[in-house]
Design a protein around this ligand. Structure first.
Ligand code: MN
Length: 401
């Protein structure tokens, strides 16, 4: 069978500024996928950028997934022994870190599944088989869980190959591919016996032969979200189960990301604006580039950071560059974001929140999960949901006894 694999499309990424880009790239990836004539498409999570995408994003996503209806496939899809119908080319997916929600909440991928757009592998519905000409491609989907629980959850689930060709798809850290010591899987933790291991999450695409039988594929994202993956080409993978061959196809017309730190010494307003504009002009090109500029150093006496405004620069290059300027001058020591916080930064603030909450909870007698509590507190109806996690924590107490 021929399978197209791609992931981390992050629909809804960076609202108003780069949302269109996530959608454009998804569309390119979907069209490219169909040109490769796959039997089915496999995605490894972070399809959406947030747990609760806007209705605009969901509506657009429906249009995008319908692209897969333009071609046909003749595979048979089996789930829990039942044959499933599908229109077009079937898409199988898991959720990632970005769209993961608590039990009891509806995941946006569930909505897409109900609409017949995807097969969503999660919790007790984590297995699917794709049949064609006597070949059975079995897929075990390990939808994203917090890294601290990943190994425990994997051991509990204990995935085993069930087909003639077997794929384990997940969305977690892999220690060997990260620069620093982080919680997550090691390559040795992966369940034995699968032919292909597909991991989303890490946005730089790569693959590695693990042993005579198995290959690990890190799909990469279809959109640049971090400075460190700015160098990477974005694209989709074609995998052939017969030859175990993997081929990468680049998305056409990719945006470039330019990142620059400008250092100043007793700078004047005019000097700063001039250098900022110089850097922008130097990098103008098609397709419209993303330009991130960081300003550091010191300002001339009497000049304050808030006196330097860049909105007219951003306005001037509208449609020619996507610009993000951030300044942190020595004399103020206050970080001012000229434009909105990027999605990443928002995420790190919530992560920090979870950690602080976790530390406080440890000082109390409550046996509560900080991440759950944090999510609930962010929710529009916290009371109802608080009840839910309080009940859960009581359950835990009883289990302990
Ligand atoms: Mn991602």
């Amino acid at each position: 069978m021929k399978i197209v694999v791609f992931s981390d499309t992050h629909l809804g990424y960076c609202p108003e500024m780069r949302e269109k880009e996530a959608e454009e790239n998804f569309e390119k990836a979907a069209r490219l996928s169909l040109e490769l004539k796959p039997d089915f498409v496999l995605m490894a999570g972070d399809i959406f950028d947030t747990r609760e995408p806007s209705q605009e994003t969901i509506s657009r996503a429906i249009d995008l997934f319908k692209i897969f209806w333009r071609e046909k496939s003749d595979v048979e899809i089996l789930r829990e022994g039942r044959k499933e119908d599908y229109p077009g080319v079937p898409v199988i997916t898991i959720h990632g870190t970005h769209e993961r929600r608590l039990p009891g909440y509806t995941n946006v991928l569930e909505i897409l599944e109900k609409a017949g757009l995807v097969f969503y592998l999660r919790e007790e519905k984590n297995k699917i088989s794709v049949k064609k000409d006597g070949e059975v491609v079995f897929i075990f989907g390990f939808s994203g869980v917090p890294e601290e629980f990943a190994l425990k959850t994997l051991r509990e689930l204990n995935p085993k190959p069930e087909g003639t060709h077997n794929i384990f798809v997940f969305h977690q850290n892999i220690k060997q591919f990260l620069p620093s010591e982080v919680p997550g899987f090691s390559l040795e933790d992966l369940p034995a016996g699968f032919d292909l291991y597909v991991d989303g999450h890490l946005h730089s695409p790569t693959h590695k032969k693990l042993n005579e039988k198995s290959i690990l594929l890190i799909t990469g994202s279809t959109i640049v979200t971090q400075v460190r993956d700015s160098e990477n080409e974005k694209g989709v993978w074609l995998y052939d189960t017969e030859t175990k061959n993997l081929e990468f196809f680049k998305l056409p017309g990719q945006r470039k990301l330019f990142v620059k730190t400008l250092e100043f010494h007793n700078a004047t307003k005019a000097e700063i604006l001039r250098e900022v504009e110089d850097f922008i002009r130097k990098n103008l090109q098609k397709p419209v580039p993303i330009i991130r500029i960081r300003l550091r150093g010191s300002l001339e006496k009497g000049l304050r950071e808030k006196d330097i405004v860049f909105s007219h620069v951003v306005e001037k290059y509208k449609g020619k560059a996507i610009i993000n300027i951030e300044s942190e001058f020595e004399d103020l020591k206050i970080k001012i974001k000229e434009l909105r916080l990027s999605q990443q930064e928002k995420l790190s603030i919530s992560k920090l929140g979870v950690r602080l909450l976790g530390e406080r909870l440890k000082e109390t007698n409550f046996n509560l999960d900080a991440e759950k509590l944090f999510t609930v507190l962010q929710d529009k109806k916290p009371d109802k949901n608080l009840e839910f996690i309080l009940k859960e924590s009581k359950k835990k107490e009883v289990e302990k006894k």
